[in-house]
Ligand binder design. Structure first.
Ligand code: FAD
Ligand code: 2HG
Ligand code: ZN
Length: 471
């Protein structure tokens, strides 16, 4: 093994192969659901180094766990406990390579932090719309590998839809130069879309060409209270009809989720939560003007109040007020983490079935566990709920997971299937949902997925055991 580590050192330099000291930021997932042990943490500085590392690992049959910002929700980016895998951190590969204003694209290395990509686009006068609560730490490589969603999908699509080309190191260590900025290219199988969403199991993404958009002339943000999940869905329909393509964000937040923000971040002054079972955060992005956007937005709110869909609303009057409203939404995850572990479900349901799903599933869970709390919030505009289940007041959250995680998962995912949904909308499968996927994914799809894995990674060198665990 020493010879192998020397080989890695000769590729990336001695300071970029770590085998001792505190490596917990690479070896432990942020929710502290699992901790692994790496043979070494290796941090390449360019694509050629990644290629040489993969070739070295192939000769020794050492598997590789790629990692960006390690913000995975599903324990996808840490090594297992064996101490035999290398952790490949892409964080040093963080250059913006080019920005092509006429083609509306930028090409960045995969270790660029999402916020850095957004800022580079903004400095050139453009918008890169992918937007997540973790944007200060997650990387674009991680976003593409998980096909991340976030809060702007209703208008711009998820990470897949924002990517035009990739550079990837394959499982033979070859470099696929696929950084095209083309919007049309029908020359065979869509390799880019195989790698996107593959969670590091098929290849290492080293760079990407991303779509840029003109900066909207105006953005408007509102916070509204509704009395039921049915009314939340009704408001979404009205927002689509009134705003058309200007609707750029539509988030739902249940009362218990907001009570956690109020409890752990009282300085945030959460509006309207005490008197409404759900609140909605709406955003419109307009390409015409502030006055046009405001007139349209205020029209929507008036209609919604007249039709008694919403009880009350606050429209942000300044950028800082809008930011403050978004900060409340983005901090629901941290408020949950402060409260203690809960059972997370990142689910997708057709929008038309969201209300019946929530009513049905809420009732089943309440019947099963007295006093249980449901942290229900998420990207309603995309039919994506974070339907998380929290221990009743006074019950230890770790013990709650030991006692109920399996049964609650079965209850929630069975219900998701009944309503035509998916067990992962945006966070992916990682390790946490591998077994669940086997039970809920179409069996033919699983066979095809295994064939793809065997064809592209015959030695099972990339992130083994994630997404699919038996080949
Ligand atoms: P990591 O966690 O490091 O890795 C994720 C997966 O991608 C792993 O399987 C890893 O092996 C693989 N991978 C990473 N980089 C590469 C690469 N270059 N090549 C190949 N494989 C690679 N997710 C959403 O979708 N929407 C949200 O709204 C959202 N909000 C969040 C809010 C908070 C506060 C937090 C903590 C997380 C949130 N997430 C969200 C989850 C997470 O941020 C995303 O999954 C993100 O895309 C992961 O990026 P990362 O760089 O941290 O990847
Ligand atoms: C979000 O939308 C994230 O804020 C996190 O996807 C969801 O905490 C969660 O369950
Ligand atoms: Zn989310």
């Amino acid at each position: 093994m020493n010879e192998f580590l020397n080989k890695l050192t000769s590729i990336v330099g001695p300071t970029h192969v770590q085998t001792s000291g505190d490596l917990s930021k690479y070896e432990q997932d942020w929710r502290k659901r699992a901790k692994g042990k790496a043979l070494a943490v290796v941090s390449p500085g360019n694509t050629e180094e990644v290629s040489l590392i993969v070739k070295a690992c192939l000769t020794q049959n050492v598997s590789i766990v790629p990692q960006g910002g390690n913000t995975s929700m599903v324990v996808g980016s840490i090594p297992n406990e064996t101490g035999t895998q290398i952790l490949l951190s892409l964080q040093r590969m963080n250059k913006v390579r080019t920005l092509d204003a006429l083609n509306l694209t930028m090409t960045v290395e995969s270790g660029c932090v999402l916020q850095q990509v957004q800022q580079a686009a903004e400095q050139a006068g453009y918008l890169f719309p992918l937007s997540l609560g973790s944007q200060g730490s997650c990387t674009i490589g991680g976003n593409l590998s998980t096909n991340a969603g976030g809060t702007q999908v209703v208008r711009y699509g998820n990470a897949r839809e924002l990517c035009l080309g990739l550079e990837v190191v394959s499982a033979t260590g070859e470099i696929w130069h696929g950084l095209s900025g083309l919007r049309k290219d029908n020359t065979g199988y869509d390799l880019k879309n195989l790698y996107i969403g593959s969670e590091g199991t098929l290849g290492i993404i080293t760079a990407a060409t991303l779509k840029l958009y003109p900066m909207p002339a105006a953005k408007l943000t509102a916070w509204a209270g509704v009395q039921s999940i049915e009314q939340a869905v009704e408001l979404l329909g009205l927002a689509h009809r009134t705003l058309g393509p200007a609707l750029s964000g539509f988030e739902v937040m249940g009362q218990f989720a907001l009570s956690l923000v109020d409890k752990h971040f009282p300085q945030m002054n959460v509006p309207l939560w005490k008197e409404n079972p759900y609140c909605i955060l709406l955003e419109a992005s307009d390409n015409e003007s502030e006055s046009h956007a405001r007139a349209q937005f205020e029209g929507l709110m008036e209609k919604a109040i007249e039709a008694e869909i919403i009880t009350d609303a606050v429209i942000a009057e300044s950028l800082s007020q809008a930011k403050a409203l978004w900060l409340i939404r983005e901090n629901i995850t941290m408020a949950q983490a402060t409260e203690g572990l809960n059972i997370k479900h990142d689910i997708s349901i057709p929008v038309s079935k969201i209300a019946p799903f929530v009513l049905h599933t809420d009732a089943l869970i309440a019947k099963k566990i007295e006093g249980v709390n449901i942290v229900n919030f998420g990207h309603l505009g995309d039919g994506n709920l974070h339907y998380n289940v929290q221990a009743p007041q006074g019950v230890d959250s770790k013990q709650f997971l030991i006692d109920f995680e399996h049964d609650i998962n079965t209850l929630v995912y069975d219900s998701v299937m009944e309503y035509g949904g998916s067990i992962s909308a945006e966070h992916g499968v990682g390790s946490l949902k591998v077994d669940t996927l086997k039970d809920y994914k179409d069996p033919t799809a699983l066979v095809l997925m295994r064939s793809i894995k065997r064809a592209l990674d015959p030695q099972n060198i990339f992130n083994p055991g994630r997404v699919i665990n038996s080949l």
